[in-house]
Design a protein around this ligand. Structure first.
Ligand code: CP
Length: 346
């Protein structure tokens, strides 16, 4: 909903010109400012602060929600989105430093990022991990290469390790549902999935839950614990925000009394790049599905998932289609959060 500029909420300028690679780039107060503006935009509408400006959206990997909501957010704010499928209609991009580029990647991000910076006001990047080397991919090499060489803000539209736009929409949804987010009892619950998936969503949800003072339980099989270095930072955010973090391997115990079950599947660090070995381990945890029996253990809890989700693998139809499911609201809030963020960065 666009409203006249005269009545549009005015974003505060503290984030102008900055990149958004992970929610840790911003303080809790800065993240809250983005959420405040997102809620204002959702309820009151917005002006056209991106009038005459363009934003490039680079997709190395597929998307439904991110692609459509980013494109529409830019358009509704008066700007123009330039959507590129990297390697299909653009050159395939190299990110490694000092390599002999005699393979199938024709252009280096070093040039691509600097050239795009001359055309557009910001660059969004989606680049999943290849799931080959955890030691390399934990540093988000593609995203960081753009951040290094671009002279305009970079927006992480899901990288190997983080999905901060999703995390912001998730917190907005929890705030709309409960009013206050502090001390909300949320469970990040690993789920079975036939393939190993990236850790970006669980990493970002755990981080933002701690940044916003929620009481977080991570329920997962022992082989699926998150990166210990990241867990240290999550615990530190929790300490600073009066929150708690625990990791349990018993999903029923974890979900007892919870207010939110956030389901997500992710791959194992221990078997990173060794899918055939992980497959056997993963098969042992087929019963890790969110069903009505699990939801009955909660304190009339809500179900959350970032989507896309595999029905009757990750979550049953009955839970996903129930009134306690927040998944569509989460997806809608991507649009509002991204509009607020774009207004403030640009
Ligand atoms: N949740 C999310 O990022 O969805 P897409 O992968 O469809 O963009």
């Amino acid at each position: 909903m666009a409203i006249s500029t005269k009545h549009a909420p005015t974003p505060r300028a503290t984030l102008k010109g900055r990149s958004f690679l992970t929610t840790e780039d911003f303080t809790r107060e800065e993240l809250s400012e983005v959420l405040d503006l997102a809620i204002q935009y959702k309820t009151l509408g917005h002006g056209r602060p991106l009038q005459g400006r363009s934003v490039a959206l680079l997709f190395f990997d597929p998307s439904l929600r991110t692609r459509v909501s980013m494109e529409i957010a830019i358009q509704q704010l008066g700007g123009q989105a330039v959507v590129l499928d990297v390697g299909k209609g653009t050159w395939a991009l190299e990110y490694r430093e000092g390599v002999i580029m005699d393979g199938d990647r024709s252009e280096h991000i070093k040039e691509a990022a600097r050239v795009l910076s001359r055309y557009v006001a910001a660059i969004g990047v989606r680049s999943f991990p290849a799931l080959r080397s955890f030691e390399e991919e934990r540093h988000d090499p593609v995203l960081r290469s753009f951040a290094r060489y671009s002279t305009v803000p970079i927006i992480n539209m899901e990288s190997a390790m983080f999905h901060p736009l999703q995390a912001m929409a998730d917190v907005m949804t929890i705030r709309e549902t409960f009013g206050l987010v502090d001390q909300r009892r949320v469970v990040l619950c690993w789920a079975y999935h036939p393939k190993p998936l990236p850790m970006a969503v669980p990493n970002s949800f755990a981080l933002i839950a701690a940044q916003f003072g929620m009481d977080l339980t991570i329920a997962c099989p022992p082989e699926y614990e998150l990166d210990p270095e990241l867990m240290e930072r999550i615990r530190e955010h929790a300490r600073r925000n009066g929150a708690s973090v625990r990791v349990l391997h018993d999903r029923r115990e974890a979900c007892r009394g919870a207010e939110v079950i956030y389901a997500k599947s992710w791959g194992s660090r221990h078997y990173y790049g060794r899918w055939e070995e992980e497959r056997k381990v993963r098969e042992r945890y087929r019963e890790w599905i969110v069903d009505e029996a699990l939801m009955r253990l909660t304190a009339q809890g809500y179900f959350m998932h970032c989507l896309p989700v595999r029905r009757n693998v990750v979550v049953t139809d009955a839970v996903l289609d129930s009134e306690r499911s927040l998944v569509i609201q989460q997806a809608e809030n991507r649009l509002h959060v991204q509009k607020a963020l774009l207004s403030m960065l640009l």
